[in-house]
Design a protein around this ligand. Structure first.
Ligand SMILES: NC(=O)c1ccc[n+]([C@@H]2O[C@H](COP(=O)([O-])OP(=O)(O)OC[C@H]3O[C@@H](n4cnc5c(N)ncnc54)[C@H](O)[C@@H]3O)[C@@H](O)[C@H]2O)c1
Length: 449
């Protein structure tokens, strides 16, 4: 976080005033699959009064302000100037030409009774042709795809799409949340080191430049905040991070934290808080949606695996606590199993170690709905990154790490994974920008008589 606070916690000095959330906010998603359609259907259902925004901090959470005795705990949305749900306009890109209603039906997340009241709304959302290449997502064959001589041409077409979308819907602002398939694993290379090298690589159609990077580049060039819901690199390269800083654009990622990793970032801090050891953590999943099918490809799974594996190590700090966490085994598996559709099931076996080295076990059986958990995250990210942009924040938004399995962090820094530290950081950032004291829960009371 840049800037300092006065004694009262009010931002001082160089911070620009927060621009109001006037006008309409466009939310564009590369990908119009299970997550994106569940998000859009849900927002419309909430706008019509048919549903409640369960799972969304921006809509349901309160934030304590000042001392406990002051009894001030407004809803976040009443405290922070966020765009209202009625002001959101949706758009998407997808290589599959299905409109949002057809895509939602195929995804099979929402029941017909919940789709029918929003059916007309969803069928009007038709995906723009995508920048898509089978090389990066091997299990999908799309027909709704842009053509161009170079990757740079394709990025320029995406920029034009953003401008056209903004004009067509008379939007004040736009944000982008990547809800498209997980691409194959790509290691950052010289092509991603500087923006000059990145642009040259686009021009010579270098394989190291994946479609997700073109969306990210287009977004930043258009001054549009970009959140990456998948584990692929996309915006997490030195070139694009620098570009975002130069252009004053908030960026964030990677990979929505919805399932087993969310549980890990709740339970691992608990084990560490009690100084209990860990011998091993075995996680396996069955998943039958299209995401599961894409992740069945080892190259896409490798991207996901990298994103899932780092969490425990970063939370448990084996270097600091070798007696407790040195050499624990950590295995993550995802198996594509079509009968389950979007209703994934995950099993965790956690081998922990207690007093005098006695082994104990914890088992978690996680029966959840992937997109039901992801949809409110998309909404919160869209609203918070729009707020961040209006508040003058730019570059990596570490305060939104709460929402990601593999949070982006400044070069040389370890990301923070502990869900409760992430939550505190999120709320303190809001307090800080709104001129309230940060709350650390560190006040000491005097108990002696
Ligand atoms: N649901 C969750 O809990 C969760 C959690 C973390 C991350 N994610 C990630 O979110 C993403 C979306 O998940 P989903 O369940 O909606 O998957 P999905 O397969 O239902 O939808 C993805 C859509 O992206 C489209 N797509 C692929 N490449 C594209 C491109 N280059 N441009 C535009 N569209 C493209 C596909 O055609 C598909 O329609 C995946 O990457 C997934 O790994 C999901």
């Amino acid at each position: 976080m840049q800037g300092t606070t006065s004694g009262s916690g009010r931002p001082t000095g160089d911070k620009p005033a927060i621009r109001p959330a006037a006008g309409r906010l466009g939310v564009l998603t590369p990908g119009l699959g299970a997550v994106a359609t569940t998000f859009m259907a849900g927002v419309e259902s909430i706008r019509k009064g048919h549903s409640k925004p369960i799972g969304s901090l921006t809509q349901m959470a309160t934030i304590r302000l000042g001392k406990r005795t002051e009894q001030r705990s407004p809803l976040i949305k009443d405290f922070v100037p966020l765009a209202g749900l009625d002001d959101i306009v949706f758009g998407a890109w997808d290589p599959i030409p299905d409109d949002a209603l057809t895509a939602a039906r195929k995804a099979g997340v929402l029941e017909e009774k919940d789709l029918l009241p929003v059916a007309d709304f969803l069928s009007a959302i038709k995906p723009m042709p995508a920048v898509f290449d089978n090389k990066y997502v091997t299990r999908i064959n799309g027909t709704n795809v842009k053509t161009g001589k170079t990757k740079r041409d394709l990025a320029e077409q995406l920029r034009q799409d953003i401008r056209d979308f903004k004009t067509k819907h008379k939007l004040d602002r736009v944000v982008i949340v990547w809800c498209a398939s997980t691409e194959i694993f790509i290691k950052p290379g010289p092509q991603h080191a500087t923006i000059e090298q990145f642009e040259k690589a686009m021009e010579r159609n270098d394989d190291a430049i994946a479609p997700s990077m073109l969306y990210a580049y287009a977004a930043i060039m258009e001054g549009v905040p970009y959140a990456n819901g998948a584990p692929n690199l996309a915006v997490d390269t030195p070139a694009l991070i620098q570009l975002a800083n130069d252009k004053g654009v908030p960026i964030m990622g990677k990979d929505f934290k919805t399932g087993q990793t969310w549980m890990k970032t709740v339970i691992a801090p608990g084990l560490k808080a009690r100084m209990l050891g860990l011998a091993g953590w075995y996680s396996t999943n069955i998943l039958g949606n299209r995401d599961g099918e894409v992740l069945d490809d080892p190259a896409s799974f490798k991207t996901k695996e990298e994103s899932k594996l780092s969490v425990l190590h970063d939370i448990l700090q084996p270097e600091t606590y070798p007696d407790l966490y040195k050499d624990f085994a950590h295995v993550v598996r995802i198996n594509y199993y079509p009968p389950r559709g979007d209703n994934k099931e995950g099993w965790d076996n956690i081998d922990i170690v207690g007093w005098m080295g006695y082994p104990m076990q914890i088992k978690i059986n996680f029966l959840c709905r992937d997109s039901i958990l992801a949809a409110p995250i998309v909404l919160d990210l869209a609203l918070f990154m729009d707020f961040a942009h209006r508040a003058g924040m730019k570059g990596i938004q570490e305060w939104l790490s709460f929402y990601f399995k593999s949070p982006m962090a400044a070069a040389g820094l370890h990301p923070e994974h502990d869900l409760f530290i992430q939550q505190t950081k999120l709320k303190n950032t809001l307090r800080h920008y709104m001129g309230e004291d940060q709350i650390t829960h560190l006040g000491v009371e005097y108990y002696a008589s």
